[in-house]
Design a protein around this ligand. Structure first.
Ligand SMILES: Nc1ncnc2c1ncn2[C@@H]1O[C@H](COP(=O)(O)OP(=O)(O)OP(=O)(O)O)[C@@H](O)[C@H]1O
Length: 292
């Protein structure tokens, strides 16, 4: 089970949004990370067979996206970035509606499919609730439940955790992890912790260009030895901002603890400690290496 992408390009008019992308995806959860406007949704819509591309080749589970979109459609589930349901229908009615749209047939089969998916997302006890009564997190869970109908081999989820509170976000990540075995999940986000806690591999996009693809641990290795923690006062912090990239600050009892991303420890501070790099450091570095 693989997805192969060769020289994929897409423009809107004269604006090139995806630029000669090459990548390969195996089983598991694959993150697509990029700032707003990087091209994530465009790429997801192409892979979900909803948007035509200009050049390149895409093969999903051995089917050509250009020549056999219907074969691919029958294997995929999609949760778009902006997704809503009719407000006055219930959870169960919504699921039955999506099951029909997906072509799932037979009363018994539909009942079994919808119940199973609602159990997985923890909404089975709320099937009679109307959509307008649901929280954002519950709607998102229902969104993923409809995408999982028919147990697709490829699940595409676009920015699924935006607007969720921390508890809901963790629940959502766990849900994806449980579903990720024996299939491919493509998760697009600009929230770095969503990727670090859920995915094994990722692709980093910036303005339609691929900046990195591969294992998360290997990406973190690119900034090993470049992350520092310093203890400074306000004046030193100003000085420091000229020398190094400050990635976060914590104020503590009149002092400031700053996390830095730079090749060498800054010479303006005495208390400098090397820090273990994380994906956020690596993402900042890869997105803009000149700044470090
Ligand atoms: N239908 C469209 N017509 C013209 N330009 C578009 C269209 N859709 C997207 N774009 C442009 O393509 C670029 C990539 O947009 P896209 O939505 O794919 O990025 P994204 O990484 O998903 O961003 P976000 O995180 O903000 O959703 C942006 O510059 C956007 O303005």
């Amino acid at each position: 089970m693989t997805i192969d992408i060769q020289a994929l390009s897409k423009s809107y008019g004269s604006h090139q949004v995806l630029n000669e992308l090459h990548f390969h995806i195996d089983n598991g959860i694959f993150g697509l990370l990029g700032d707003n406007g990087a091209g994530k949704t465009t790429l997801m819509e192409i892979l979900a067979t909803l948007l035509r591309f200009d050049r390149g080749e895409v093969e999903i589970f051995g089917h050509s996206l250009k020549k056999e979109p219907d074969a691919i459609r029958s294997l995929l589930g999609y949760l778009p970035q902006y997704f809503d349901f009719f407000p006055n229908v219930t959870i169960l009615e919504s699921m039955n509606y999506f099951a029909a749209l997906k072509g799932i047939q037979g009363k018994h089969h539909i009942q079994e499919e919808t119940s199973q998916r609602l159990i997985e997302v923890g909404l089975i006890d709320q099937v009679d609730k109307k959509i307008k009564q649901l929280s954002g997190g519950m709607k998102q869970r229902l969104g993923i439940a409809q995408a999982m109908l028919g147990q697709p081999k490829l699940l595409i989820v676009d920015e699924p955790t935006v607007g969720l509170d921390p508890k809901e976000r963790i629940a959502f990540r766990n849900l994806l992890q449980n579903y990720g075995e024996d299939r491919i999940i493509l998760l697009s986000t600009h929230i770095v912790p969503d990727v670090s806690s859920t995915c094994d591999k990722l692709l980093v996009l910036k303005e339609g260009h691929c900046l990195y693809q591969g294992a998360i641990d290997d990406m973190i290795r690119t900034v090993e030895g470049k992350v520092w923690l310093v203890d400074v006062d306000k004046r030193q912090l100003e000085q420091l901002s000229q020398q190094a990239r400050i990635t976060s600050i914590v104020r503590k009892e009149g002092r400031i603890q700053a996390r830095l991303l730079c090749n060498d420890p800054p010479d303006c501070c005495t208390e400098v400690t090397p820090e273990t790099a994380n994906l956020e450091d690596a993402y900042l570095y890869i997105s803009d290496p000149e700044e470090s």
